[in-house]
Design a protein around this ligand. Structure first.
Ligand code: AMP
Ligand code: GLY
Length: 447
């Protein structure tokens, strides 16, 4: 394939490594800003930070970039797509206004309401005092307390009791880092069920739904410990069969895209629905305006057709015109290897050993999430360090491959969850135990 296209990926985590890896396989010449030690092996790293929007516009101009793809939410909410479009540059991602779907949980709820999309009931408050009054006057039931704005994963508190909820509201009021995000506070009905991720690429009118995944947000095995950015993902998840996927498209994704358009905030980019599969059906927990991390890594190794073509079609508003993406029959499992202390503070600069041995295993891709090249070798550079991804003809084989690669890699304090994708196996065992006549969703490969 000729290297005719130059694509810029903005960001420096595992998601961006996976995007750069796939776009390079699609024949693009890829720049990553700022990237990490892993992206350097598949693309050219450029030392411009993701929050330096004028610097990124300049870079795209100087280097003749003809498509830019944005990984993280912060530059989207800060208006990177508006700035690129104003400069006459093509970019895949939502405008700042549309990115409010992720940037403001209150805006998100308004859109969901407008589209009649199922979600948790909620009340919105503009002060800690009002939120406290509401909690004190209400019966003591489990609720979820959320800051309206972006809070780097620190703005959501799932509470068992009124006391916990009051403490959460006080934390939002007290933490100076959360002050801006918590200028609005939501008190939500707490939903029960299985949590899954469904993403779609959209040009504002047409959606292309991607295979469903499951992330693992709790730090430790068995979904215990603190909340994290995501400790691992697998694809596809058996919790969503084709009937349920059709329902999610019809009742959730399509009405959301239409409600955005009717509100004069057309959304182009990745629409990521965090869903709870409740006894009353799927409900939206949150929307993100970008690919999930580590979901993106588990998706990219299964995408056989061109990602570049999908991005181009979305940017040019002709998604209704492209062939549906082709997905590998294989399943995938991504295991995040984290630094000691994550999701709290971590020490950086630990030398990582065994990367080559891990990458040499068939059907394994070691995506880098926070690494840096030094004269001594590749070192850790953050909390979530690697996203080790295995592929296999079954989920069990994909899991085996991912963990055999994990076994090759070591640095002092490095750790991971050992049970990524086990929920899918438990589910399959329950179905098997219930006999062949069950009506529960069957695992499905191919999305
Ligand atoms: P969010 O950032 O809104 O997705 O919230 C982070 C996490 O909190 C989600 O991934 C869920 O695990 C949990 N969560 C959020 N909202 C609810 C809810 N209404 N009921 C139960 N859990 C929730
Ligand atoms: N994996 C969760 C997220 O990207 O927000």
């Amino acid at each position: 394939m000729p290297h005719s296209r130059r694509v810029l990926v903005v960001g420096g985590g595992g998601r961006e490594h996976a995007l750069a890896w796939k776009l390079a396989r699609d024949g693009a010449e890829v720049l990553v800003a700022p990237g990490n030690a892993g992206t350097a092996s598949t693309a050219e790293n450029v030392a411009v930070r993701g929050d330096d929007i004028p610097g990124l516009v300049q870079l795209a101009r100087d280097r003749g970039v003809d498509l830019t793809v944005v990984g993280p939410e912060a530059p989207l909410v800060a208006g990177i797509c508006d700035a690129f479009t104003a400069a006459g540059l093509r970019i895949f991602g939502p405008t700042a206004k549309a990115a409010q779907l992720e940037g403001s949980k209150i805006f998100c709820k308004q859109i969901l309401h407008r589209g009649d999309v199922p979600t948790a009931m909620f009340q919105e408050f503009r002060s800690v005092a009002r939120a406290r009054e509401f909690l004190e006057a209400r019966e003591d039931v489990p609720v979820v307390i959320k800051a309206d704005g972006l809070a780097a994963g620190k703005g959501v508190f799932v509470c068992d009791s009124r006391d916990e909820a009051l403490a959460a509201v006080d934390t939002l009021g007290r933490d100076p880092q959360l002050a801006k995000a918590a200028s609005g506070i939501l008190i939500e009905e707490r939903l029960d069920g299985m949590e899954v991720s469904v993403m779609a690429i959209t040009d504002g009118r047409t959606i292309v739904t991607l295979p469903p995944l499951q992330d693992h947000k709790a730090a430790y095995d068995g979904d215990t410990g603190p909340n994290t950015g995501g400790m691992g993902a697998y694809c596809p998840t058996p919790f969503i069969n084709s009937d349920l996927m059709a329902e999610i498209e019809e009742r959730i994704l399509v009405p959301t895209v239409h409600a955005l358009r009717r509100s004069k905030v057309p959304f182009q980019g990745v629409l990521y629905a965090g869903l709870m599969l409740t006894a009353q059906g799927p409900k939206v927990l949150e929307y993100n305006a970008r690919f999930g991390d580590p979901e993106c890594q588990a998706l990219m190794v299964r995408l056989d057709s061109s990602l570049l073509d999908l991005f181009d079609a979305a940017v040019d508003r002709r998604l209704d015109d492209v062939a549906p993406p082709r997905w590998s029959e294989a399943a995938s499992v991504t295991v995040v290897m984290a630094a000691e202390g994550y999701p709290g503070g971590v020490e950086k600069g630990r030398l990582i050993r065994g990367l080559d041995a891990a990458a040499a295993i068939d059907d394994v891709v070691v995506f880098h999430a926070a690494t840096r090249q030094t004269p001594d070798g590749i070192v850790t550079d953050g909390g979530r360090v690697l996203a080790v991804t295995g592929r296999g003809e079954s989920l069990a084989k994909a899991k085996l491959r991912a963990y055999s690669a994990v076994k090759e890699i070591r640095w002092p304090g490095g750790w991971c969850r050992k049970d990524i994708s086990d929920k899918a196996f438990d589910h399959e065992h329950r179905i098997a135990a219930a006999g062949a006549t069950t009506s529960a969703p069957q695992p499905e490969i191919g999305g």
